[in-house]
Design a protein around this ligand. Structure first.
Ligand SMILES: [Zn+2]
Length: 433
């Protein structure tokens, strides 16, 4: 696609149309109430939530894309000055409320930008998404897939959200005398909270702004801001830490539950907020049982739950696709080429590294860029990018990457970095991998 036409989840000037996949803050960095650089395309739910996040935004800039329909966006070619039309379709990403992926079609070919997504094997919404994508493509081929590669590593094996939600219910039910706090973001994990509420027949406390969001999403009876009505509270993720849990336990027995695809790191000095993540062999272990772990994934028991602290459970409830789901998605999309939208770390690799063989790219022309970082006088310093050429899976590179994953809390800072690097101006220079 020619430069200067479209940006996705990126808000600096220089494009004629802007598209927002969803409202998580790592995708809205640079977007403000005063932003007015052009029309902003998003899903209907995102448009509904938008004024709450950006109160004085000029809403006449919003353009709603209904799920599964093609829209033509007339733009002007910066190079020729003539009109060019880009077609775009939003498809449910099943990540958080309003999250969509975008399929583009035009004289540049066909591109798919997933944003953050989770398409589980048995999810009805994902099944619908697959049908829409197949029908939309017909005989077209995706030239470039921009992919959510958050968990693009074979270590990331976790169950469906349905199974993980039941694990959360089981933990709560096994602590009948405890107060419960659950760490969540300002958007997302609603299905988990609703599952808990229905199974345990209780309301769930949320903070006042979150209650407004719940009401905007149409959930009127399940959530409350009155602490006396329930022992289960969903709290902002940033306030979920050991200090909080210890303070609460000084008053009443309380446990914390952190739903995430990432196992959590025990805090060290300077990392008291339990912010980080660490790849461990934990999920690999749970997967190594018979049937490649399928049985474990489906039982819904608590064997795969880690208790990282006496007051804290980590439950593998993820709104991003697991490694296996990423592979299944690539097999469905059959792109000619692809590029990860998470690009800022040593441990998150380009999907071509693992899945290049599934693409139509000539293997000899594939290159992979992995950022290396080194410790230098106590500081991490990004070195020049290294270039790897490969034909197939490279066991030495895998060993090297595993070694990186042993660096503990260091990865947590990397995972913070990745949140700043989402979004793309959809231009040809970005697609040449
Ligand atoms: Zn997100």
């Amino acid at each position: 696609m020619e430069k200067g036409l479209i940006s996705v989840d990126r808000w600096s000037q220089g494009s004629q149309a802007y598209l927002l996949t969803h409202l998580h803050s790592d995708h809205t960095s640079g977007l403000t109430s005063a932003w007015s650089r052009g029309p902003l395309f998003c899903s209907r739910i995102t448009a509904k939530l938008f004024p709450f996040k950006f109160p004085d935004f000029d809403l006449s800039l919003l353009r709603v894309l209904e799920d599964g329909s093609w829209y033509s966006v007339p733009l002007v070619s910066p190079s020729s000055g003539s009109e060019t039309v880009v077609q775009v379709m939003a498809i449910d990403a099943h990540h958080c409320p309003g999250a969509v992926m975008f399929l583009f079609r035009g004289n540049f070919g066909c591109l798919l930008y997933t944003g953050d997504f989770r398409w589980e094997a048995d999810s009805e919404r994902a099944k619908k998404g697959r049908t829409i994508l197949r029908d939309a493509l017909k005989n077209d081929v995706i030239d470039i897939l921009y992919l959510d590669n958050t968990y693009c590593n074979p270590s990331y094996v976790f169950p469906s959200r349905e199974v993980a939600a039941q694990q959360v219910v089981d933990i709560i039910a096994s602590h009948p005398e405890h107060d419960i706090i659950i760490g969540i973001d300002s958007l997302g994990k609603e299905d988990l909270l609703i599952h808990i509420s229905r199974k345990l027949k209780t309301k769930i406390w949320v903070w006042p702004e979150r209650l407004q969001t719940m009401h905007l999403l149409g959930f009127h009876d399940i959530f409350t801001t009155k602490t006396t009505l329930t022992r289960i509270r969903a709290v902002p993720r940033y306030s979920f830490n050991i200090d909080t849990l210890e303070s609460l336990n000084a008053m009443r027995p309380t446990i914390g539950i952190m739903p995430s695809g990432l196992p959590w790191v025990k805090p060290t000095k300077g990392n008291a907020n339990l912010f980080g993540s660490l790849l461990t062999s934990h999920y690999r272990r749970s997967r190594s049982s018979s049937n490649g772990g399928k049985a474990d994934e489906m039982t819904g028991n608590l064997r795969s739950i880690d208790r990282f602290h006496q007051y804290i459970y980590s439950v593998p409830y993820s709104d991003h696709s697991s490694f296996t789901e990423i592979q299944e998605f690539i097999e469905l999309a059959k792109p000619i080429n692809m590029k990860g939208i998470v690009s800022a770390s040593a441990c998150y690799v380009e999907p071509l590294y693992y899945f290049g063989r599934l693409c139509g790219v000539r293997q000899t022309s594939q290159t992979l860029y992995v950022k290396h970082e080194k410790e230098e006088e106590g500081k991490r310093v990004a070195t020049n990018e290294s270039k790897y050429c490969f034909r197939d899976f490279n066991p030495n590179a895998e060993k090297r990457k595993r070694k990186n994953t042993a660096l503990g809390v260091y990865l947590s800072r990397v995972s913070a970095l990745r949140r700043k690097r989402c979004g793309a101006k959809i231009v040809e220079s970005e697609s040449s991998i």
